[in-house]
Design a protein. Structure first.
Length: 77
């Protein structure tokens, strides 16, 4: 179960590239890394389940959540 997420509330004007990358590292990159870690064993056993959890905020317009919503959209995509 991939369920990592951080959501620092920041206006777009205040978000730095480092802020952006940190949110994506925790919220999106961690899902990729978890899948990569478990995939070989699942493939070998020919069985397994991975559940990636996102957020319903993807469809909402919430001020200060730009990087959070973008990262969760990556999971949905």
């Amino acid at each position: 179960m991939n369920n990592a997420g951080i959501y620092p509330v920041q206006s777009f004007d205040d978000i730095t590239f480092e802020d952006w990358r940190r949110v994506f590292a925790v919220n999106l990159d961690s899902q990729f890394l978890t899948i990569k870690a478990f995939w070989p064993g699942m493939r070998e056993r020919r069985w397994g389940r991975i559940v990636n959890q996102s957020s319903d905020t993807f469809a909402l317009n919430i001020p200060g959540f730009t990087h959070y919503i973008a990262s969760k959209g990556g999971i949905i995509g």
